[in-house]
Design a protein around this ligand. Structure first.
Ligand SMILES: C[S@@+](CC[C@H](N)C(=O)[O-])C[C@H]1O[C@@H](n2cnc3c(N)ncnc32)[C@H](O)[C@@H]1O
Length: 224
């Protein structure tokens, strides 16, 4: 019987984190998936259901607007956003994820780019009308999360929207009890995406579409 993909991905992650390389495992996992020796557990082959729900409810018109999809993986969420008319950039730290996104979506209108959220291109600073962040911050060890959150917020342009989808955990649960990845986000972490000019305008907690005992945040922020 083949090994559980979650177990394989956690092993690949642990090996990388123990080498003090907390982001190197993403490329290792996508490369192993590309050669058929692993499965990327979060690669759904479709956009995230909570993103689909947000698009259905908000009906955003991206005509003449820009969007950035953070940690875009193999591109399913970016395709949904590009289909709404946004000039969409989607980036990931893993070159193999980006190659797979190109292969999955030939003729895509989205621009797929290798980049690091923790050191983003300078011209992305406050440049996007819509920023979508799904599961990237929680994939980073807790000590890296405050910097990652700050970097996400600095991508949102004036008047722009930030949408964050993440696994939730109680504020009372101590960090050292979490055997990540992932390291789900507390309400305090969700609040920490706000700044004096970036406001939390909607926060929902819903059961995961695929694992109903796990809760997910869907948080929407608006920059002045
Ligand atoms: C848990 S996956 C989620 C992927 C996708 N957002 C989704 O929901 O399916 C986290 C993604 O973030 C990417 N990632 C992790 N650290 C990153 C960083 N520092 N900069 C850019 N991408 C990163 C990983 O390669 C991976 O594709």
């Amino acid at each position: 019987m083949s090994e559980d993909p979650d177990v394989v991905s956690r092993r690949i992650a642990r090996e990388s984190i123990e080498r003090d390389d907390p982001t190197g495992w993403f490329e290792n996992l996508y490369a192993a998936a590309a050669d058929g020796s692993a499965v990327v557990p979060w690669d759904r082959g479709t956009a995230h259901q909570l993103l689909i729900d947000w698009v259905d409810e908000s009906e955003p018109d991206g005509t003449g607007k820009t969007a950035l999809v953070v940690g875009a993986g193999t591109g399913w969420d970016a395709e949904l956003i590009a289909d709404r008319g946004y000039d969409t950039t989607a980036f990931d730290i893993s070159p193999t994820a980006i190659e797979t996104a190109h292969r999955n979506h030939p003729g895509s209108k989205a621009h797929y780019i290798v980049a690091d959220l923790l050191a983003p291109p300078a011209d992305w600073h406050r440049a996007f009308d819509l920023v979508v962040e799904i599961y990237t911050v929680q994939a980073l060890p807790i000590p890296l999360q405050p910097d990652a959150i700050k970097q996400v917020t600095e991508l949102v342009g004036p008047g722009g929207t930030l949408l964050v989808i993440a696994a939730a955990r109680p504020d009372t649960q101590p960090d050292d009890e979490i055997q990540g990845p992932p390291w789900p986000l507390t309400r305090a972490a969700i609040q920490s995406f706000t700044t004096p000019d970036l406001h939390l305008i909607q926060l929902d907690q819903a059961p995961s579409p695929t694992a109903p005992t796990t809760l997910r945040w869907r948080a929407e922020y608006l920059r002045d």
